[in-house]
Design a protein around this ligand. Structure first.
Ligand code: CA
Length: 504
């Protein structure tokens, strides 16, 4: 009996991993990073480690998060479900206190059931604990966030411990390394700089991270990203953000070196991405592209895969969950997913189709930020539904104190000129429906909803967005002009019942 059991286990093992070189998965997640790297044609910031990973990987030009907020994004990555479907409506920590539904299963829990050794080093920021249970955890629940998310030497040592245990266990592994860089920290610990860019730099009073060699930038030489005011203050912020990005980049290099030293570089699938866009107006918490378009780099150790190539495939961070399951050849999946496995892209670029789309679901960020939005984006067009459009667009605590936002705020109050393609009024006040042609209008300023030329496309995209909300059982699907009734006499036939807004 025992012998037979061993044979069965071994048989499964050969079936699962015999054909493929891939045995393990490493997921590298940055915090609030955008395209600040050489591989994405940023000519100022120096990111040699990310660039060399990109050189042997597939580079995604159309990867999007479905939620522009930290915990909801991380929950989508680990569950494959958008925020309205997994219950992580906003931030996890403190008074925000959002968690996934009790019934939601996450990657570590599913993978552990399939004999995969799981670990997380760095920022976790999701809960409840039972729903995200890794075998090995070194996160902000055990350390200060800087020590476990920005101290790349510490992170390296914990990753080393994990890899050692993985090796001893002789199981395939799934490891998440979640950096806290290049997140802002000015509203919590301004003494370390707006992006904690001086923390651990070796400057007087800042401590030293032994593995970090800071790369300093002269702000006068930099260009500001297209969506920000072109001012000295913003340039100084960008210089600080780039300095912090060097710590992230060198951290990525260190983790990859650890893989190599254990020989895992030959059988580990590596993904790099970020949870949401940079913490600037138009970025994080927004469905404008700067808030949702993410870097994504995927390395496969397989022979014959695409390397140093770019894919234009419309990709969502919701695709990570099915991709990881596919890597581990796990087919039993209980919920119908929005995402799809990305593995086929590694061998062949599919023909582009104008109708390919990704979806977005934002509910809160901080608990006070009640500004739910839904979105569909094709390669060119985007439709956003601002459910709470009669409110002012909310500003989070972290962004509020930033020099960039303060400059926007003060020049607006004082009615001074600001070289910005937007203005604060239009930033705060948004139409219920927005439609943008991102090709001719990357700033997403010209709302096409009322344009007769785009009426048909708008209706089509709106319809597809509603279908997705139905498919994913979105509690907000009747908002803001109706009430969803789905119990009692509506149990068999749920309805959106009108609030009569149109008659007022
Ligand atoms: Ca984040």
């Amino acid at each position: 009996m025992t012998l037979r059991l061993i044979w069965l286990v071994a048989g499964c093992f050969c079936l699962c991993y015999g054909e493929s070189k891939i045995r393990n998965t490493l997921l590298l997640v940055a915090d609030d990073a955008g395209f600040e790297m050489g591989a994405y044609a940023n000519k100022y910031v120096q990111t040699p480690n990310l660039d060399s990973l990109a050189k042997k990987s597939l580079i995604f030009n159309y990867a999007f998060t479905s939620a522009s907020s930290c915990s909801p994004s991380r929950a989508q990555i680990l569950t494959g479900l958008p925020s309205h479907q997994n219950g992580m409506y906003g931030l996890h920590q403190g008074v925000h206190h959002f968690n996934v539904f009790d019934s939601v299963k996450s990657l570590p829990n599913v993978l552990r059931e399939h004999n995969v050794f799981t670990g997380i080093v760095g920022k976790k920021h999701v809960g409840p604990t039972e729903n995200f249970k890794f075998d090995y955890e070194q996160t902000e629940e055990h350390h200060s966030i800087n020590q476990i998310g920005r101290n790349i030497t510490n992170m390296k040592l914990y990753v080393r411990k994990f890899l050692q245990q993985a090796k001893e266990s002789n199981k395939p592994f799934f490891l998440v390394v979640a950096f806290h860089d290049p997140h802002r920290c000015g509203h919590i610990t301004p003494q370390f700089g707006e992006f904690c860019e001086r923390w651990g730099s070796g400057e007087i009073g800042m401590g030293t991270i032994p593995d970090w060699r800071p790369i300093y930038y002269d702000w006068r030489n930099l260009e500001v990203p297209y969506y920000l005011p072109d001012t000295e203050i913003v340039k100084q912020e960008i210089a600080a953000q780039y300095l912090t990005t060097s710590r992230l980049d060198q951290g990525v290099g260190l983790m990859l070196k650890e893989l190599e030293s254990f020989g895992f570089d030959k059988d580990t699938f590596v993904m790099y991405t970020s949870d949401n866009g940079p913490p600037f107006p138009g970025g994080r918490t927004n469905f404008y592209d700067a808030g949702i378009k993410e870097p994504m780099i995927i390395f496969s150790p397989e022979n014959g895969v695409r390397r140093n190539q770019v894919t234009a495939s419309m990709t969502s961070l919701l695709d990570i969950y099915p991709t990881v399951l596919d890597v581990f050849k796990i087919t039993s999946n209980l919920t119908k997913l929005t995402g799809k496995t990305l593995l086929p892209l590694l061998t062949q670029e599919p023909p582009t189709n104008d109708e390919d789309a990704v979806f977005g679901s934002q509910n809160f960020h901080e608990v006070t930020m009640m500004y739910p939005m839904r979105m569909i984006r094709t390669r060119r067009f985007k439709v956003i539904h601002n459910l709470n459009h009669n409110s002012f667009f909310p500003i989070d605590q972290d962004l509020y104190t930033s020099p960039t936002f303060q400059e926007i705020l003060n020049t607006t109050i004082e009615k001074k000129y600001l070289p910005w393609a937007r203005d604060l009024k239009s930033y705060y006040l948004r139409d219920e429906w927005q439609m943008f042609d991102t090709k001719v209008d990357p700033m997403e300023k010209q709302n096409l909803v009322q344009k007769p030329k785009h009426k048909k496309l708008f209706e089509t995209l709106k319809g597809r967005l509603f279908d997705w909300q139905m498919d994913t059982n979105d509690p907000w699907r009747c908002s803001p002009h109706g009430v969803l009734e789905e119990t009692g006499i509506y149990k068999e036939n749920p309805q959106c019942l009108t609030l009569g807004h149109e008659s007022l």
